[in-house]
Design a protein. Sequence first.
Length: 209
Amino acid sequence: MQRTSLRDQVLTALRQALVTGRLEPGVVYSAGSLAAELGVSNSPVREAMLALVDDGLMEVAPNRGYRVVALTEADLAEITQLRYLLEVPAAGLAAERDLGERLEALYELVDRIETTAAAGDLAGNLDADRRFHLLLVEACGNRRLTEQVARLRDQTRLFNLRALAESGALVASAAEHRPLLDAVAARDRATAETLMRAHLDHIDTDWSH
């Protein structure tokens, strides 16, 4: 149990390092160097990096270590198309479900998304944003759907994130979560899908420049 927990903690730390740009695309990193930086043994770092390989975020550099995948605009276009196909109807389906206690948790995450964006807390904002969207998808009751959306969202985060944050688009994106959740809470499927589609539009208009 302790080993699994440590591996998960390392995985969380490496995900944050990826999306905030501390681990850069194209650069090879060894498990040993990252383990020393994190103050842990090599094994949980190696396990976490292999999980990132499975998610398409890193790739093995034989006899050297692990390289952060560099996404092209063509890659981003393919990922975006899949996210439209999955996340738009998922938002509509969530609007038809009884969210129960999940609704309160979602509104708490909206608060965090807005406050972290305003404060320029990139890591905190990304964490809250990821939790919000996956919790919303979980309302559909399809574990495989949630796993696929998580993988696609993480891959998207590798593309041009730092420039997006510096442009101020992060704050604008944060402001879109509350009306989306309001539509879901009101069980307005059409509006929820429309707002989710508009939210995903930023991937093409903001992220790719």
